[in-house]
Design a protein around this ligand. Structure first.
Ligand code: SAM
Length: 484
């Protein structure tokens, strides 16, 4: 029966990007056709060893709408150029076990030559043209992001202590819909809108930064979801060559409304700040209501397809102790990765005191006593300041992280730079100097000038923030004005 089995558009679309093992039998069935004299099924499988190092974990991340559009375009081109009777492509996303198929192409053509040639052409083009990144984590703890289409860039953002900077935190606003005691004063005064960088200006800075070796971008604030159309900024950032991850930190209040738009814009990862799971403590910290909205936002983010959502909880002595256990139980139940953060002297009311710092060690002790023993995690991530622990008796591999900038500073491996909402580069949260990118942007400065400014900012980075030392100087800006 002529035409039977040729993939319908819906079937081809369903196969294109998949989070489950690729169904090669379904692919072959989709291209089966009685005009075809040859069917070729190419499968690319994941290697267990790269350059002599055993692979511990492999994952694929994509900017999905673009990846989908690009794969469809390539398939249509292959069908036209090689006179195929049918063709379907399937690419895995998320974690893929070693030895499994990560990409598969099924072609059918009247003659085998075309079917082979089309599959080979497609495979090469997929590697170079489609925005899908592979993250390989070796047994030695090293992590490599691979996208053959991205030219390797020699790192230029190296400071005087040899630290290579690959992460840029971008604040899009200093405004917030909460008034957390540890961050903002009740009577906060915000920058006039004209002083904030436009999305186009931010994207230009990000492009220049990527050219200097920045690989990950985090959108933050203030509360980034308060700024209109932040998904349009995400769209501009995810396509910058060299940028491997774009993430966003939010208090979650507006997430329910925006989760789908952010996900379809290609946002890779979400961090949600949630210090308390009881409405009473939430309100005492945030000085506004909103717990229900944060929980609804988290549910919406999950439903929108965000994976590995992180929950950040600031620990404050005398305030959050009772929240630690219920928060950890909530996160375990929901599959969120919880991280406790020590309170830093960056509050808007300058009332931080050493005695309020509830250390990561103390939080760990509370969890060990009341939830179960914790053991150091098996996964390390150099790009993250958090030290991860796992529940020893768990079996579900849920972990909890500790970011201890006060008691266990991690300045020696800091790879972060910041761009404030009003366009200032900072090399540290506690920096007392800023480098004015907005002036370069708004006085006709070139990309080279911006790159030089960023390199100057990196070169001036101090060895450590120095909290607790006699020479420590509190920055004049609070966290909401810098971008956390
Ligand atoms: N509004 C967004 C949010 O709540 O995630 C993004 C900005 S907020 C400033 C970023 C992060 O900084 C939040 O996780 C917040 O808890 C944390 N933060 C703010 N002030 C802090 C402080 N003084 N010490 C430690 N963490 C702080």
């Amino acid at each position: 029966m002529a035409g039977a089995g040729i993939a319908t558009a819906a079937e081809a679309a369903a196969l294109l990007l998949v989070w489950e093992p690729i169904d090669t039998a379904r692919m072959l069935a989709a291209v089966a056709d009685d005009k075809a004299g040859a069917n070729v099924l190419f499968t690319g499988t994941t290697r267990g060893v790269t350059d002599g190092i055993q692979t511990r974990r492999l994952a694929y991340e994509a900017h999905e709408p673009l990846a989908r559009a690009e794969l469809t375009r390539l398939r249509d081109e292959a069908v036209a150029n090689y006179a195929l009777t049918a063709c379907v492509i399937s690419h895995r996303l998320g974690e893929v076990a070693v030895g499994e198929t990560s990409v598969a192409i099924a072609t059918s053509a009247p003659h085998r030559r075309e079917a082979f040639a089309a599959a080979e052409w497609l495979m090469e083009r997929i590697k170079t043209d489609v925005p899908i990144w592979k993250c390989e984590e070796g047994a030695d703890g090293g992590r490599t992001w691979i996208h053959p289409g991205c030219p390797p860039v020699a790192p230029t953002l190296v400071d005087g202590f040899g630290r290579v900077h690959t992460d840029l935190r971008i604040s899009v606003t200093d405004r917030c819909n909460l008034r957390c005691t540890y961050c903002m004063p009740l009577d906060a005064v915000f920058k006039p809108r004209e002083e904030l960088l436009s999305y186009e200006e931010i994207a230009r800075v990000a492009r220049v930064a990527a050219g200097q070796g920045i690989r990950s971008l985090r959108i933050t604030g203030g509360e980034p979801l308060l700024r209109r159309g932040v998904d349009t900024l995400v769209r501009q950032l995810v396509v910058i060559p060299g940028i491997e991850e774009v993430s966003l930190t939010t208090n979650g209040l507006l997430l329910e409304e925006q989760a789908v738009a952010l996900r379809s814009a290609g946002l890779h990862r979400l961090n949600v700040s949630l210090d308390a799971i009881s409405a009473d403590v939430f309100e005492r910290i945030a000085r506004r209501q909103g717990l229900d909205r944060v929980l609804a936002g988290l549910a919406a983010a999950k439903a929108a397809g965000f994976r590995s959502i992180r929950i950040n909880a600031v620990s404050i002595r005398g305030l959050t102790e009772e929240e630690i256990v219920p928060l950890s139980q909530f996160c375990r139940r929901e599959g969120f990765h919880l991280r406790f953060i020590e309170f830093m002297p960056l509050d808007g009311e300058s009332s931080w005191a050493d005695a309020q710092v509830l250390s990561g060690r103390e939080v760990r002790e509370i969890l060990t006593k009341q939830v179960g023993p914790l053991v150091p995690g098996t996964r390390t991530d150099d790009g993250q300041p958090a030290v991860d622990y796992e529940y020893a008796d768990d079996g579900t591999a849920t972990s909890v992280g500790f970011i201890d900038p006060v008691t266990q500073p991690f300045c020696d491996r800091c790879d972060r730079l910041r761009l404030t909402a009003d366009g200032q580069f900072r090399n540290c949260l506690f920096s007392t100097t800023e480098w004015d990118a907005r002036q370069v942007l708004r006085t006709g400065g070139s990309d080279d000038e911006l790159a030089r400014l960023l390199r100057d900012c990196v070169r001036a980075k101090r060895a450590a923030h120095g909290i607790g030392t006699a020479s420590f100087e509190r920055p004049t800006r609070a966290m909401y004005q810098i971008g956390g």
